[in-house]
Ligand binder design. Structure first.
Ligand SMILES: NC(=O)c1ccc[n+]([C@@H]2O[C@H](COP(=O)([O-])OP(=O)(O)OC[C@H]3O[C@@H](n4cnc5c(N)ncnc54)[C@H](OP(=O)(O)O)[C@@H]3O)[C@@H](O)[C@H]2O)c1
Length: 317
């Protein structure tokens, strides 16, 4: 192995030579995964695994199969694992707790164990739904957690399993994710706006919507710092949970109004309460996340939620 130096410091080529670095991306078809597939290419050689094997484009991996996870990790020996997979159907999870726990709770722990054996970094995503929503100011990473539903409970279990392993990891908690593809609030409102003249939208849940592309780009920026030979950052030092959402806050009602403002046909948007729109899973009334730790550690700050929405919608037109 050739010895490499920068500023008279010896640097380890395994960690810094991006031509050798292997990046395992799980779930390239999800909202975040789709963008990671495109923007993480600059970091090294991408190895892609997904649940659906339909086009035969990726190796298959079902995260509910613990042996399969171990096998893929053993075969691919990645330096970085990007786990963009999750059981994300918040209401359905109430009926499928076991499956949600396998994917969101157990699988991340197995990935963390295998990553530790390889001295690899696990990048995982979690959710604002680990909080109970009783705050009135943005939640920090050290605030107590108390999920209200199965989805949040299983995601919390995944966070804790990764922490318990104690390897190199970044758990990025995000929230209210949307994109121009997939299943999300933006596309639902756009569809309903074409079909109806009036939409009733919940106005007493507060959060920060994020375009999934910004999550992927921020992830790559963080990784670029961690693997930069110039910065020489210690990956164990910065391991931990980080909040990653757009700046500012809103409600589903205001978010819907902002979406519809960009539509040709603009139905009336009426505010309703959570009690008016009962769902199987209880959701936090307030789940705004403070991004101060991300900004302090990596100097990264996402734009305001409404600015990000505009950027996203420009891509659609
Ligand atoms: N969406 C949100 O509003 C939101 C909010 C907060 C946090 N998050 C977190 O952000 C991350 C990314 O979410 P997202 O919005 O990009 O999710 P998404 O669009 O629902 O994509 C999830 C991906 O996970 C894959 N997946 C599900 N079960 C799997 C399994 N058993 N094995 C392998 N892959 C499986 C899905 O594959 P298929 O295509 O085969 O189903 C899909 O590609 C997740 O950790 C999520 O919990 C999301």
């Amino acid at each position: 192995m050739t010895e490499m130096h920068y500023n008279n410091k010896k640097i380890n080529p395994i960690h810094h030579d991006m031509t050798q670095r292997r990046i395992l991306l799980i779930a390239p078809e999800g909202q975040v995964g789709w963008h990671l597939h495109r923007c993480a290419q600059t970091l090294g050689k991408m190895l892609i695994v997904g649940r659906s094997y339909s086009q035969g484009m990726y190796a298959q991996l079902d995260l509910s199969n613990a042996d399969a996870i171990r096998r893929i990790m053993h075969e691919t020996k990645p330096d970085i694992i990007l786990n963009a997979a999750a059981y994300t159907a918040v209401d359905k999870a109430e009926q499928e707790a076991e499956l949600a726990q396998a994917i969101n709770g157990t699988a991340p722990g197995i990935l963390a164990e295998e990553a530790k054996k390889l001295n690899a970094l696990l990048v995982h995503y979690s959710t604002d739904y680990v909080f109970n929503g009783q705050h009135h100011q943005p939640y920090t990473e050290s605030d107590p957690v108390q999920p209200l539903g199965v989805y949040g409970t299983t995601k919390l279990s995944g966070e804790q399993a990764i922490q318990a392993v104690g390897g190199h990891y970044l758990t990025l908690r995000t929230a209210w994710v949307y994109d121009l593809r997939g299943k999300n609030f933006l596309l639902t409102i756009q569809r309903l706006a074409k079909e109806r003249d009036e939409l009733c939208i919940v106005a007493d849940q507060h959060g920060s919507p994020v375009w999934s592309r910004l999550i992927a780009e921020a992830t790559v920026q963080i990784l670029s710092q961690l693997y930069s030979p110039l910065l020489q950052r210690d990956r164990l030092d910065v391991s931990g949970i980080y909040h990653l959402t757009c700046a500012g806050q809103t409600t589903w009602y205001e978010f819907a109004k902002a979406i519809v403002a960009h539509q040709q046909k603009q139905p009336r948007i009426l505010p309703i309460t959570t009690a008016d729109y009962p769902t199987p899973a209880k959701r936090p009334a307030y789940s705004v996340l403070s991004n101060a730790k991300l900004q302090k550690t990596f100097g990264i700050q996402l734009p305001s939620w409404d600015g990000a929405l505009e950027l996203c919608l420009k891509q659609q037109n």
